[in-house]
Design a protein around this ligand. Structure first.
Ligand code: ARG
Length: 478
């Protein structure tokens, strides 16, 4: 080992001082430029991972003690210091110092202030590269789980509304043109099934998030006898990394979470778009509760569906975070590159955005009033039963294509003023009064009995299936 001269030691201490106390000061002459510091610092946003950073440090320190790198006394000093730092951070008493680049340096700096000797050993065998990946995985795991619970809660609201509206019905649309009537419950459940896939995706993503990168070091592991399997176990991870290079450079889990949240956001946006349409004077299918709508500063009569519009608007922001982050990743060589610091803000923002949107939409949907008479009035438009008329003819043996033509001609005649469709149908030789009865209020929808269809009996079965599926997810999320 090369002994350093007295003067050399003094000089390096002076350099460390000049460099504002940063952790990597030994190698540097003087401190970082102001612009570098501002661009580089992630503490303003990554301090929200302080609990995970401390949790990861505790596990690391315990493992270091178990493998004989730290003494029991050093361990207890560091753990006590970590408790204190956690307390300071949680209560807002933590004072960042100039060299605190990120949450990892801030915690280590403060631990070392509290326990100078032992604290200097906390970073043994560890790098911020495996540390940040560990923190973010711990954070994401918990967050996605909570978001899945919020989705499930929103589904419960939709389900309750579907149960409450009984056999109310409305026109279903293709091309936003009235197509065929269905129960309102069937329509609401359609959104529930889409959200069920979102929950499923979040839970599957969590499985891939649930892998510990701690012990990968900067990128290549360590010459010290670390035990990454043990830290993974201490942190409650389901698995441990297989490759140190991959462990520190992999942010697939962030991209996946951003995708899951984007698609969930797209589903919420589509629900929002329907609520916007349904609350127009023209549709009048729903009336919004005052607490979940806004007024106009100029037009006294206005009641606006802002929550629904923001649900629609926020989807753009979520998609932006996904595409932005994929662009960040695409050019990165192995392994860690500072570009990866760009993972946290979009992820945090997407999670916050989805959380708020879910809560607001939940409130909006649980308080709105369904105007089932206005829905029925539209659904009872005789034209909406045209497919049922064609199927009536099919039951009598007519090929579907001919039946389609017969009914289509009657629709055209009705539109041309030859009479109302029910009159023309009642008078038609192949159709008659029995077929005309299909155009009575609610009749067309009631005839739709096939699996997963929109009639009342099929809807009752579907409700039962959804209740069962939902209950099992609720139980698994506990
Ligand atoms: N703040 C950094 C980030 O968020 C932590 C890792 C820094 N690693 C490094 N080698 N500079 O990515």
């Amino acid at each position: 080992m090369i002994e350093r001269s007295e003067t050399e030691t003094t000089r390096s201490e002076e350099r460390a001082k000049a460099s504002g106390g940063v952790l990597w000061a030994g190698r540097f002459d003087g401190g970082p430029a102001e612009a570098l510091q501002q661009l580089n610092d992630s503490l303003p946003f990554d301090r929200r991972m302080f609990a995970q950073d401390i949790e990861g440090s505790r596990a690391h320190v315990k493992m270091l003690t178990e493998v004989g790198i730290l003494t029991a006394d050093e361990q207890s000093q560091i753990l006590a210091a970590l408790d204190q730092v956690e307390d300071e951070m949680a209560s807002g008493r933590f004072e960042p110092a100039p060299g605190d680049e990120d949450i990892h340096t801030a915690v280590e700096r403060r631990v070392t202030e509290i326990a100078p000797e032992a604290g200097g050993k906390i970073h043994t065998g560890r790098s911020r590269n495996d540390q940040v990946a560990t923190d973010l995985r711990l954070w994401t795991k918990r967050e996605l789980h909570e978001l899945a619970q919020l989705v499930v809660q929103f589904q419960a609201t939709l389900l309750a509304r579907a149960e409450e509206v009984g056999d109310a019905y409305l026109p279903a649309y293709t091309h936003l043109q009235q197509a065929q009537p269905v129960t309102l419950a069937h329509h609401l459940l359609a959104h529930c099934w889409a959200l069920a896939r979102d929950v499923d995706r979040l839970l599957q993503t969590i499985e891939r998030v649930d892998v510990s990168p701690l012990g990968a070091g900067a990128l290549a592991g360590s010459s010290l006898p670390l035990d990454p399997v043990r830290t993974a176990e201490l942190l409650g991870f389901g698995g441990v990394f297989n490759n140190s290079l991959d462990a520190v450079s992999d942010r697939d889990f962030v991209a996946e979470a951003l995708f899951d949240l984007s698609l969930l956001g797209v589903h919420l946006s589509r629900i929002g778009e329907e609520l916007i349409l349904w609350s127009t004077t023209e549709f009048g299918f729903v009336s919004l509760d005052d607490a979940f709508s806004t007024g106009s500063s100029m037009m006294p009569q206005k009641k606006n569906p802002d929550i629904a519009e923001l649900a629609r608007g926020k989807a753009g922001r979520l998609i932006g975070h996904l595409t932005g982050f994929l662009a960040t990743l695409k050019g990165l060589p192995l392994t860690y590159n500072k570009d990866l610091q760009e993972d946290k803000e979009p992820l945090f923002d997407s999670c916050d955005t989805v959380r708020l949107t879910l809560l607001a939409l939940d409130g909006m949907v649980s308080t709105l009033v369904f105007n089932t008479e206005a829905m029925a009035a539209q659904a009872d438009n005789p034209f909406a039963a045209a497919t049922d008329l064609a199927e009536f003819l099919v039951r009598k043996g007519m090929p579907f294509r001919s039946a389609h033509h017969v009914v289509g001609s009657l629709v055209r005649a009705a539109l041309a003023g030859a009479g109302s469709l029910p009159e023309l149908v009642a008078a038609h030789q192949d159709l008659g009064p029995e077929a005309a009865a299909l155009m009575l209020p609610g009749a067309s929808m009631a005839n739709r009995t096939t699996w997963g269809s929109g009639g009342p009996v099929a809807t009752a079965n579907e409700l039962e299936r959804f209740r069962t599926a939902h209950a099992s997810v609720v139980a698994s999320l506990r």
